[in-house]
Design a protein around this ligand. Sequence first.
Ligand code: UP5
Ligand code: MG
Length: 190
Amino acid sequence: PTNKNVTVVFVLGGPGSGKGTQCANIVQHFGYTHLSAGDLLRAEIKSGSENGTMIQNMIKEGKIVPSEVTIKLLQRAMQESGNDKFLIDGFPRNEENRAAFESVTGIEPEFVLFFDCSAEEMENRLLNRNQGREDDNIETIRKRFKVYMESSLPVIEYYNSKGKVRKIDAAKPIEEVFEAVKAVFTPSID
Ligand code: UP5
Ligand code: MG
């Protein structure tokens, strides 16, 4: 499909807000393909790519990988999926990511799903995740929070000013959060 026929929803929110968890639910109910930018970057490290060491170092420091790297991975995954509906999880993380994605792909998001959660709750979730992620330690978590506040929140503000943000209270239990998510994806008759 050409870019104009592609539907993209950006799924944003702080580290541990539940983006990946809820995307898995959305995929099952609404036929989207889930693309986690972080998962694609971690797969790139594992594949032994020439960028792997750079990506690994940046993730360890909670820093944002250059957008050209991330956008290439997203574009490749979109092409390989054969689908035309995508949840892009954890991207764009700063203004430069956002502008570059728009100009390179010509795609604007349908809307932005924003998981709102306190830092205290997110920190607890990440420290209890136990999936061996190299960035789930208290030092890196604090760096991720700082980058989120300084660089990623402004992207959400930008889309909010365009009326594109659908904000979800993500501090509730997983099932309750998904009820709110479902309401966003279910077309209303009016
Ligand atoms: N959990 C989930 N929902 C819950 C709920 N409602 N109640 C109680 N517990 C809940 O959830 C985290 C944990 O909480 C899990 O154990 C879950 O069971 C539980 P998850 O769904 O994994 O949350 P998520 O928001 O996906 O958290 P994640 O850690 O993946 O978010 P980040 O945004 O920090 O991580 P990401 O993988 O997107 O990025 C990692 C790094 O990659 C970045 O820091 C950056 O260095 C790099 N990166 C880039 O440079 N560019 C990009 O574009 C993307 C990433
Ligand atoms: Mg995730």
